[in-house]
Design a protein around this ligand. Structure first.
Ligand SMILES: NC(=O)c1ccc[n+]([C@@H]2O[C@H](COP(=O)([O-])OP(=O)(O)OC[C@H]3O[C@@H](n4cnc5c(N)ncnc54)[C@H](OP(=O)(O)O)[C@@H]3O)[C@@H](O)[C@H]2O)c1
Length: 323
């Protein structure tokens, strides 16, 4: 496992971040423990969670399975529900209590909210840093303009800046290429990317037109059948391209994200140790520029504008920030 630098912080993190959203949801504590052990054995030191995952059970499981491992890890959690200052200060205490930790390494605002108050939010995040409860702060699902707006406030006030933006990115959802990735490169913002497999659609587990396996996320998430129908032909070519190179489709899809300039680390989410063992192979795959482009061209997902699939809910969001 190679290491990457987390934006301007200079921190070294593994170029794979382990996502834990399935811990307590689609895998029990024993399997979650095995997944964490396998990731760490492979050299992963970067782990992502959130206050909201499995209604708090994920952080509670982590509290038990991080024991004896914490010092080797760079731990990220997120504040979900609100961007109000009081909630930001309270939510970190809840996360630390559940995870039985004194501090996390990075604390992210999970989503922007209508009528959010960036000055209040940035002041609260700075308070959390000053209290020693997190070492760095950042955001998730923020458009580039909002991150820049918040960091201008931080710079003006001498507060801790947002150092990372966690965003969706895969062969089909490519909206961040317009603004978020160029901003990251220009300003040294770390980018961690979630959903590299489009929730499993790019993992070769669904055949087009076939019945969705009952034990998959496709059986409960309506977006998956819609994507399968829309991108079926591209998926067929993608799976064939992987097979010709003796790669698992999940390895190829994650490797493609990892090869995109500006991406610090894809967040790899799994529901079993077996899936992780397979996906880890992505970090040994080298793609030529021609291969990278060929794969990208398999999907009719060219980014026409920032809202093309991503950030759609932020379109014309003139009420996002209270001024
Ligand atoms: N900031 C945010 O708003 C946000 C949002 C979502 C996620 N995240 C983070 O990003 C992480 C990853 O998100 P995600 O789970 O949506 O990512 P994903 O990589 O798009 O989907 C993961 C799913 O793909 C399937 N899969 C994974 N590896 C596989 C393999 N080797 N073979 C076959 N199938 C495989 C599994 O589906 P089945 O379970 O159906 O088998 C797994 O649950 C999360 O854990 C979380 O930490 C952040």
């Amino acid at each position: 496992m190679k290491f990457a630098t987390l934006g301007n912080t200079g921190e070294k993190v593994s170029e794979m971040c382990l996502g834990t959203m399935m811990f307590g949801l689609r895998c029990d504590e024993t399997e979650s423990d095995r997944i964490l052990a396998t990731a760490m054995d492979a050299g992963v030191n970067f782990i992502d969670t959130a206050w909201s995952y499995a209604e708090g059970r994920t952080e509670e499981i982590l509290g038990r399975i991080l024991k004896g491992r914490r010092e080797k890890l760079f731990v990220v959690t997120k504040v979900t529900r609100s961007t109000d200052g009081d909630w930001i200060r309270r939510s970190i205490d809840e996360s630390l209590r559940r995870m039985q930790l004194d501090y996390v390494d990075l604390y992210l605002i999970h989503w922007p909210r209508p009528h959010m108050r960036p000055v209040e939010m940035m002041e609260a995040l700075n308070d959390v840093v000053r209290a020693g409860k997190t070492r760095y702060v950042g955001c998730s699902n923020f458009p580039a303009w909002l991150l820049a707006h918040c960091n201008a406030i931080a710079q003006r006030e001498g507060w801790a800046p947002l150092v990372c933006n966690q965003v969706p990115y895969n062969l089909i959802e490519r909206g961040i290429e317009v603004e978020v990735l160029p901003q990251a490169v220009a300003e040294g913002i770390a980018i961690t990317t979630y959903r590299p497999l489009l929730m499993g659609v790019l993992a070769g587990k669904y055949g087009s037109g076939e019945i969705i396996p009952e034990d998959s996320r496709g059986s409960s998430d309506r977006r998956i059948p819609a994507w399968l129908e829309k991108f079926g032909e591209g998926l067929r070519r993608f799976n064939q391209f992987a097979a010709e190179r003796s790669l698992h489709p999940a390895q190829l899809a994650i490797a493609w994200v990892r090869h995109t300039p500006g991406v610090t680390a894809p967040i790899v989410g799994v529901s079993s140790r077996r899936q992780l063992e397979s996906s880890l192979g992505a970090f040994d795959v080298t793609l030529s520029d021609a291969e990278y482009q060929t794969i990208a061209d398999m999907f009719d997902a060219a980014v026409k504008e920032e809202s093309g699939g991503n950030f759609a809910h932020l379109r014309r969001a003139f009420d996002l920030v209270d001024v």
